[in-house]
Design a protein around this ligand. Structure first.
Ligand SMILES: Nc1ncnc2c1ncn2[C@@H]1O[C@H](COP(=O)(O)OP(=O)(O)OP(=O)(O)O)[C@@H](O)[C@H]1O
Ligand SMILES: [Mg+2]
Length: 332
């Protein structure tokens, strides 16, 4: 990608104060997203995806602390902004479609009232009528009949509610939209149509996307680059310009994710999940956190935390050599 960086996360660490101690949920993550780019982020439940997203929005709840690193959006350090500045910056520069977005809508207010509120919260001088017109226009953009402005959320289908939430996220033409599991609760047909629409909107408005999901097939389909998270760390990141003639390389954890994808012609016994379960923050294994589950584990893995290092078109945090990664990734 040649565009300017829209998001630049350096060495970010975030943790939660819990009754049993301080739990690190994001551990030294660095991530850059350029103009117009879609970067996917995958990983099992609890690996820190939403914590990273909330830190980027500076919306972490009480008990959550950024313990290191920095975040720049459109060249601005969002942790150095005052309250008012941050309020103006959010939604105009960076917005988010939250996990379980359908529940974000207020059930007792109409779609129109909620959209008008959003516009006027950002621009108190905007008249109600103008805000209503802008809301109708936004609904048209996401292919919902503006007559629906008078509907309550429960009168809309799940897919429609999701489109409303996406419409609100792009209302102020942000440079970056974070989508945290935006279609997980929807059936595959609706999911596909919403994703197609997201890509059309991106074409039209040019925003960048951080697309978070545990579904690696989905993420691969819509992203220019894909990052894989494990136990709070980024363990793999691909380049935007993959040399297509080379077969892909994977971190051993990502190999497991790929092998767990069911294919239409695979029998049940050919689908192998990753044995074991991900570690919890308060009892992280030393060294590489994946080592207790890794089929290729060696001595160094239990004591030395591997950093992301370059292997061809990929950055992979693993003690294996490029040749070993290649041969294991493509062994049957
Ligand atoms: N408010 C909180 N207090 C304490 N621990 C938390 C809190 N929120 C998240 N955690 C812990 O931080 C870790 C990362 O959680 P996070 O929600 O970021 O994961 P995730 O990758 O988004 O998972 P999922 O795929 O289930 O959404 C988990 O171990 C979780 O238990
Ligand atoms: Mg999450």
């Amino acid at each position: 990608m040649t565009g300017k960086p829209v998001l630049d996360v350096r060495n970010l660490s975030v943790g939660y104060m819990t009754p049993r101690g301080f739990a690190t949920a994001v551990d030294g993550v660095s991530l850059t997203i350029h103009e117009g780019e879609t970067v996917g982020l995958v990983g099992e439940s609890g690996c820190g995806k939403s914590t990273l997203a909330m830190a980027i929005m500076r919306l972490l709840g009480p008990g959550a602390y950024v313990t290191g690193g920095r975040i720049r959006i459109a060249d601005r350090d969002i942790y150095r902004m005052g309250r008012e500045e941050l309020r103006q910056f959010r939604w105009t520069h960076v917005s988010m479609v939250f996990q379980s977005a359908m529940n974000v809508l207020n059930p007792v207010r109409t779609i129109g009232e909620q959209m008008v509120d959003t516009f006027r919260a950002h621009d108190p001088r905007m008249s109600k009528r103008e805000a209503m017109e802008r809301s109708a226009e936004l609904l048209r953009i996401v292919r919902i009949d503006p007559a629906r402005l008078g509907s309550f959320p429960h009168e809309l289908s799940g897919g429609m509610r999701q489109r409303v939430v996406i419409a609100i996220a792009i209302a102020f033409k942000p440079k970056l939209v974070i989508m945290d599991e935006p279609t997980t609760a929807l059936d595959v047909v609706v999911q596909r149509s919403i994703l197609e629409q997201v890509m059309e909107l991106q074409e039209q408005f040019g925003f960048s996307i951080l697309f978070i999901s545990h579904d690696i097939t989905l993420v691969n389909r819509i992203s220019n680059r894909v990052g894989v998270m494990y136990a709070g760390r980024l363990v793999e990141m691909s380049d935007s310009q993959l040399a297509t003639e080379e077969p892909p390389l994977y971190h051993p954890y990502a190999m497991g994710l790929h092998r767990a994808i069911p294919t239409l012609d695979a029998g049940d016994d050919e689908i192998s999940g990753i044995p074991g379960s991900p570690p919890v923050p308060l009892s992280m294994p030393p060294g590489c956190a994946f080592h207790p589950r890794c089929p290729y584990v060696r001595d160094a893995c239990a004591s030395i935390k591997p950093d992301l290092t370059r292997h061809g078109d990929y950055q992979i945090a693993c003690h294996l050599t490029t040749d070993e990664l290649r041969s294991f990734a493509h062994a049957d």
